[in-house]
Ligand binder design. Structure first.
Ligand code: DC
Length: 228
Protein backbone atom coordinates (compact mmCIF):
# COMPACT_ATOMS: atom_id res chain seq x y z
CA UNK A 1 0.00 0.00 0.00
CA UNK A 2 1.69 3.20 -1.08
CA UNK A 3 -1.12 5.65 -0.34
CA UNK A 4 -1.02 4.85 3.35
CA UNK A 5 -2.41 7.39 5.80
CA UNK A 6 -0.31 8.79 8.62
CA UNK A 7 -1.95 10.61 11.52
CA UNK A 8 0.55 12.58 13.61
CA UNK A 9 -0.54 13.61 17.09
CA UNK A 10 1.74 15.92 19.06
CA UNK A 11 1.30 17.95 22.19
CA UNK A 12 2.14 18.49 25.82
CA UNK A 13 2.53 15.78 28.46
CA UNK A 14 -0.63 14.19 29.79
CA UNK A 15 -3.10 15.97 27.58
CA UNK A 16 -4.80 12.90 26.19
CA UNK A 17 -2.74 12.22 23.08
CA UNK A 18 -2.62 8.49 23.64
CA UNK A 19 -6.31 8.27 24.52
CA UNK A 20 -7.17 9.87 21.21
CA UNK A 21 -4.54 7.97 19.23
CA UNK A 22 -5.72 4.61 20.57
CA UNK A 23 -9.37 5.41 19.96
CA UNK A 24 -8.65 6.49 16.39
CA UNK A 25 -6.53 3.43 15.65
CA UNK A 26 -9.18 1.12 17.06
CA UNK A 27 -12.00 2.76 15.14
CA UNK A 28 -10.14 2.76 11.82
CA UNK A 29 -8.02 -0.39 12.28
CA UNK A 30 -4.83 1.61 11.98
CA UNK A 31 -1.61 0.69 13.75
CA UNK A 32 -1.01 2.70 16.92
CA UNK A 33 2.52 3.67 17.88
CA UNK A 34 3.29 5.40 21.17
CA UNK A 35 6.61 7.07 20.40
CA UNK A 36 7.00 8.30 23.99
CA UNK A 37 7.10 4.68 25.14
CA UNK A 38 10.27 4.25 23.08
CA UNK A 39 12.06 7.12 24.87
CA UNK A 40 10.77 5.72 28.15
CA UNK A 41 12.08 2.23 27.43
CA UNK A 42 15.52 3.61 26.57
CA UNK A 43 15.42 5.55 29.85
CA UNK A 44 14.51 2.41 31.79
CA UNK A 45 17.44 0.57 30.25
CA UNK A 46 19.85 3.35 31.27
CA UNK A 47 18.52 3.50 34.83
CA UNK A 48 18.85 -0.25 35.24
CA UNK A 49 22.43 -0.11 33.99
CA UNK A 50 23.27 2.89 36.17
CA UNK A 51 24.21 4.98 33.17
CA UNK A 52 24.10 8.75 33.62
CA UNK A 53 21.18 9.88 31.42
CA UNK A 54 22.93 13.17 30.68
CA UNK A 55 26.16 11.56 29.53
CA UNK A 56 25.64 11.47 25.77
CA UNK A 57 28.81 9.49 25.06
CA UNK A 58 27.96 6.80 27.61
CA UNK A 59 24.41 6.56 26.26
CA UNK A 60 25.59 6.40 22.67
CA UNK A 61 27.90 3.53 23.54
CA UNK A 62 24.98 1.31 24.61
CA UNK A 63 22.34 2.34 22.05
CA UNK A 64 23.09 -0.66 19.84
CA UNK A 65 22.34 -2.95 22.82
CA UNK A 66 18.81 -1.61 23.17
CA UNK A 67 16.27 -3.46 21.04
CA UNK A 68 12.73 -2.15 21.08
CA UNK A 69 9.68 -3.86 19.69
CA UNK A 70 5.97 -3.28 19.91
CA UNK A 71 3.63 -6.13 19.88
CA UNK A 72 0.28 -5.10 18.58
CA UNK A 73 -2.59 -6.25 20.72
CA UNK A 74 -5.83 -4.54 21.68
CA UNK A 75 -4.53 -1.08 20.70
CA UNK A 76 -2.66 -0.66 23.97
CA UNK A 77 1.06 -0.03 24.25
CA UNK A 78 2.93 -3.29 24.62
CA UNK A 79 6.57 -2.45 24.35
CA UNK A 80 9.37 -4.95 24.60
CA UNK A 81 12.81 -3.92 25.77
CA UNK A 82 15.23 -6.65 24.70
CA UNK A 83 12.29 -9.08 24.62
CA UNK A 84 10.99 -8.18 28.09
CA UNK A 85 7.60 -6.49 28.31
CA UNK A 86 8.11 -3.22 30.19
CA UNK A 87 4.84 -1.43 29.41
CA UNK A 88 4.00 -0.88 33.09
CA UNK A 89 7.45 -0.16 34.41
CA UNK A 90 8.07 2.66 31.94
CA UNK A 91 5.17 4.63 33.50
CA UNK A 92 6.72 4.76 36.97
CA UNK A 93 8.23 7.90 38.47
CA UNK A 94 11.95 7.03 38.08
CA UNK A 95 11.43 6.84 34.33
CA UNK A 96 9.08 9.85 34.17
CA UNK A 97 11.63 11.96 36.03
CA UNK A 98 14.51 11.08 33.70
CA UNK A 99 12.92 10.63 30.31
CA UNK A 100 13.09 14.27 29.21
CA UNK A 101 16.86 14.28 29.65
CA UNK A 102 17.14 11.15 27.54
CA UNK A 103 14.78 12.50 24.89
CA UNK A 104 17.00 15.58 24.59
CA UNK A 105 20.00 13.56 23.40
CA UNK A 106 20.68 13.85 19.70
CA UNK A 107 21.91 10.28 19.21
CA UNK A 108 18.84 8.84 20.95
CA UNK A 109 16.46 10.96 18.87
CA UNK A 110 18.24 10.08 15.67
CA UNK A 111 17.83 6.37 16.34
CA UNK A 112 14.20 6.60 17.49
CA UNK A 113 13.15 8.72 14.52
CA UNK A 114 14.72 6.22 12.13
CA UNK A 115 12.77 3.37 13.70
CA UNK A 116 9.54 5.39 13.76
CA UNK A 117 9.80 6.34 10.10
CA UNK A 118 10.25 2.69 9.21
CA UNK A 119 6.99 1.84 10.98
CA UNK A 120 4.99 4.37 8.97
CA UNK A 121 6.45 3.64 5.56
CA UNK A 122 3.66 1.55 4.10
CA UNK A 123 0.89 1.12 6.66
CA UNK A 124 -1.97 3.22 7.98
CA UNK A 125 -0.66 4.49 11.28
CA UNK A 126 -1.47 6.79 14.19
CA UNK A 127 1.61 7.94 16.06
CA UNK A 128 1.68 10.23 19.06
CA UNK A 129 4.61 12.15 20.50
CA UNK A 130 6.26 15.57 20.39
CA UNK A 131 7.95 15.77 16.99
CA UNK A 132 5.81 13.49 14.86
CA UNK A 133 4.29 16.20 12.64
CA UNK A 134 7.50 18.25 12.47
CA UNK A 135 10.35 15.74 12.20
CA UNK A 136 9.18 12.13 11.94
CA UNK A 137 6.36 12.55 9.40
CA UNK A 138 6.42 16.10 8.04
CA UNK A 139 4.17 14.87 5.20
CA UNK A 140 1.54 13.26 7.43
CA UNK A 141 -1.95 13.73 5.99
CA UNK A 142 -3.44 14.80 9.31
CA UNK A 143 -1.52 16.55 12.07
CA UNK A 144 -3.10 17.34 15.39
CA UNK A 145 -1.50 19.46 18.09
CA UNK A 146 -3.12 18.76 21.41
CA UNK A 147 -3.25 20.98 24.42
CA UNK A 148 -5.27 21.39 27.62
CA UNK A 149 -5.21 23.45 30.80
CA UNK A 150 -2.18 22.30 32.88
CA UNK A 151 -4.31 21.93 36.04
CA UNK A 152 -6.81 19.73 34.23
CA UNK A 153 -3.97 17.64 32.82
CA UNK A 154 -2.46 17.14 36.29
CA UNK A 155 -5.82 16.12 37.74
CA UNK A 156 -6.40 13.56 34.98
CA UNK A 157 -2.94 12.05 35.39
CA UNK A 158 -3.28 12.06 39.19
CA UNK A 159 -6.50 10.05 38.94
CA UNK A 160 -4.81 7.56 36.64
CA UNK A 161 -1.89 7.10 39.02
CA UNK A 162 -3.93 6.90 42.24
CA UNK A 163 -4.83 3.19 42.19
CA UNK A 164 -1.24 2.08 41.78
CA UNK A 165 0.55 5.00 43.49
CA UNK A 166 -1.54 6.29 46.38
CA UNK A 167 1.51 8.02 47.87
CA UNK A 168 1.87 10.51 45.01
CA UNK A 169 0.34 13.95 45.55
CA UNK A 170 -1.43 16.14 43.01
CA UNK A 171 1.29 18.76 43.50
CA UNK A 172 4.01 16.28 42.58
CA UNK A 173 2.16 15.28 39.44
CA UNK A 174 1.61 18.94 38.51
CA UNK A 175 5.30 19.74 39.07
CA UNK A 176 6.41 16.76 36.98
CA UNK A 177 4.15 17.76 34.08
CA UNK A 178 5.21 21.43 34.23
CA UNK A 179 8.86 20.43 34.34
CA UNK A 180 8.51 18.09 31.36
CA UNK A 181 6.67 20.76 29.36
CA UNK A 182 9.53 23.14 30.05
CA UNK A 183 12.19 20.63 29.02
CA UNK A 184 10.28 19.41 25.96
CA UNK A 185 9.67 22.91 24.59
CA UNK A 186 13.10 24.37 25.31
CA UNK A 187 15.45 21.55 24.31
CA UNK A 188 17.77 22.08 21.35
CA UNK A 189 16.99 18.84 19.48
CA UNK A 190 13.49 18.75 17.96
CA UNK A 191 11.71 20.78 20.63
CA UNK A 192 7.96 20.43 20.97
CA UNK A 193 6.50 22.98 18.55
CA UNK A 194 3.33 22.98 16.54
CA UNK A 195 3.88 22.23 12.86
CA UNK A 196 2.54 25.10 10.73
CA UNK A 197 -0.08 22.82 9.23
CA UNK A 198 -1.12 21.12 12.48
CA UNK A 199 -4.66 21.58 13.72
CA UNK A 200 -4.89 22.69 17.36
CA UNK A 201 -7.09 20.53 19.53
CA UNK A 202 -7.67 21.94 23.02
CA UNK A 203 -9.51 19.27 24.94
CA UNK A 204 -9.84 21.02 28.32
CA UNK A 205 -13.60 20.88 27.98
CA UNK A 206 -14.03 17.98 25.59
CA UNK A 207 -15.00 14.41 26.36
CA UNK A 208 -12.96 11.60 24.77
CA UNK A 209 -15.88 10.98 22.39
CA UNK A 210 -15.97 14.61 21.30
CA UNK A 211 -12.26 14.72 20.57
CA UNK A 212 -12.53 11.47 18.61
CA UNK A 213 -15.34 12.94 16.49
CA UNK A 214 -13.25 16.04 15.87
CA UNK A 215 -10.31 13.97 14.64
CA UNK A 216 -12.50 11.69 12.51
CA UNK A 217 -13.97 14.71 10.74
CA UNK A 218 -10.48 15.90 9.83
CA UNK A 219 -9.55 12.44 8.56
CA UNK A 220 -12.67 11.82 6.52
CA UNK A 221 -11.45 13.20 3.17
CA UNK A 222 -8.32 11.03 3.32
CA UNK A 223 -10.28 7.90 4.19
CA UNK A 224 -12.61 8.52 1.25
CA UNK A 225 -9.70 9.07 -1.12
CA UNK A 226 -8.09 5.83 0.03
CA UNK A 227 -11.33 3.90 -0.52
CA UNK A 228 -11.49 4.95 -4.12
O1 DC B 1 4.41 11.03 25.87
P1 DC B 1 5.25 10.61 27.04
O2 DC B 1 5.01 11.41 28.29
O3 DC B 1 5.23 9.15 27.31
O4 DC B 1 6.74 10.96 26.59
C1 DC B 1 7.82 10.73 27.42
C2 DC B 1 8.93 11.74 27.16
O5 DC B 1 9.50 11.50 25.88
C3 DC B 1 8.50 13.19 27.21
O6 DC B 1 9.29 13.90 28.15
C4 DC B 1 8.79 13.73 25.84
C5 DC B 1 9.61 12.71 25.15
N1 DC B 1 9.16 12.45 23.79
C6 DC B 1 9.83 13.08 22.77
O7 DC B 1 10.73 13.87 23.03
N2 DC B 1 9.47 12.85 21.49
C7 DC B 1 8.48 12.01 21.18
N3 DC B 1 8.17 11.80 19.91
C8 DC B 1 7.77 11.37 22.22
C9 DC B 1 8.12 11.62 23.52
Amino acid sequence: MSNNIVVAIDGYSSCGKSTLAKALAKKLHFIYVDSGAMYRAVTLYLIRKNIDVKDEEAVKAVLADIHLNFHARDYQTHILLNDEEVSDEIRLMPVSENVSAVAALRSVRHEMVKQQQRMGRSKNIVMDGRDIGTTVFPNAQVKLFMTADPKVRAERRFKELQPTHPEITLEEVFENIAHRDFLDTTRKESPLVRADDAIILDNTNLTPEQQLDFALTKLEPFLKAQDR
